[in-house]
Design a protein around this ligand. Structure first.
Ligand code: PLP
Length: 363
């Protein structure tokens, strides 16, 4: 990524762009196009909404945590009418609640269903295929928009097979890059919706970007050096194999949960089917301060744990185990957490690390 920046209108760039745009497809599990923006994930959220929807359209969203709440807020500020299915921040989007809302919507007023696949604030992974099944069972034509910011390239995900219309992600998690790229994988149905969608858009509009991409270019200046990094990250994922990447993260997640339980603490995710492969949120007891633990771990061991976001502030800390991560990085991470908990005066058994290592050794 620190190589000199090439001319983004020249032949060398066109080769890079074509290669990257093609190699992205298997990571999303799609044969269709992937739009790449110089943006964070939030920009890619906005792009998904403004390209497919019109002012006043109804959208169905699920309160799975902090990021689902932010996406809801964005949809409202763009002039959409959001039905926000309440949640307790310990479960994923409920397929039953989806089915109930969609079955009741006989006039098909709901134009899109928005799901955050992996809630980064809670470590809960929603069952997207079951939400798809709810749409199909209801015979409902709404688009399915899915945020995979903290799941793509870490947790099993299949845009085409799961019938997703727009998949949103960013560069800074499973793609192992610095922040600065946002992505939309787009189905034919979403492209058709884009032709009649009336939310205002200009920079985010898919059409001109996809047209320019045909020739290996972008309509405005791309994040060229991040694309160098993406080229390499996509090679790394292909070399390891996506299924192996997903299995590696699932295994590290299981070892982390073994550690949390060995410490006598609680995993925030309350449904065995929804444990995240990319991060684990640890819930402390009333009166225990998760941010005090984070501060000690940062100051003593130079390790930054995720903070509790929104209504979870001070109650949870989050252990990330996504991206370029191996058994020993996990063991080191868990050792830092165990020492931090002890130093914070939280009574934890010493069995946490042992349970995690047993898991890694045997499995
Ligand atoms: N969605 C999820 C699940 C996220 O975790 C994040 C950020 O962490 C976002 C959306 C927003 O992305 P960004 O902060 O890159 O704008």
């Amino acid at each position: 990524m620190s190589a000199p920046t090439v001319d983004h209108r020249g032949p060398e760039f066109a080769g890079l762009a074509r290669r990257v745009l093609e190699a992205l497809k298997p990571v999303f599990g799609t044969a269709g196009p992937v739009v790449v923006y110089p943006s964070s994930g939030t920009g890619a959220w906005e792009a998904a909404l403004v390209n497919t929807l019109s002012p006043g359209d109804r959208v169905l969203c699920f309160e799975t945590g902090h990021f689902a709440t932010l996406w809801r807020d964005m949809a409202e500020s763009l002039g959409l009418e959001v039905e926000f299915v309440p949640g307790d921040w310990r479960h994923g989007a409920s397929p039953e609640a989806a089915a109930q809302r969609l079955d009741a919507d006989i006039s098909h007023d709901i134009k899109a269903v928005c799901v955050v696949h992996n809630e980064t604030s809670t470590g809960v992974t929603s069952r997207v295929p079951e939400i798809r099944a709810a749409l199909d069972a209801a015979g409902h034509p709404a688009l399915l928009l899915v945020d995979t910011v903290s799941s793509l390239g870490s947790i099993e995900y299949r845009h085409d097979d799961w019938g997703v219309d727009v998949t949103v992600t960013g560069s800074q998690k499973g793609l192992m890059l610095p922040p600065g790229l946002g992505f939309n994988a787009v189905s034919d149905k979403a492209l058709t919706a884009a032709r009649t969608s009336r939310l205002p858009k200009s920079y985010w509009e898919w059409g001109p970007i996809l047209d320019a991409n045909e020739a290996g270019f972008f309509p405005s200046t791309p994040a060229t050096n991040l694309l160098y990094g993406l080229d390499e990250a996509l090679l790394m994922l292909a070399e390891e194999g996506l299924e192996q990447v997903w299995a590696r993260h699932a295994r590290h997640a299981a070892a982390t949960r073994a550690a949390v339980r060995g410490w006598g603490l609680e995993v925030l995710c309350a449904d065995e089917r929804e444990h995240s492969g990319s991060l684990t949120a640890v819930l402390l007891a009333d009166g225990q301060d998760a941010d005090a633990v984070r501060k000690i771990v940062l100051e003593r061991f130079d390790m930054s744990l995720g903070t509790g976001l929104g209504r979870l502030a001070g109650k949870v800390f989050r252990i990330g185990h996504l991206g370029h991560f191996n058994d020993l990085t996990l063991a080191g991470t868990l050792a830092g957490v165990q020492m931090g908990l002890e130093l914070a005066g939280i009574p934890v058994g010493r069995d946490g690390i042992a349970a995690a290592l047993d898991h890694l050794r045997v499995d």
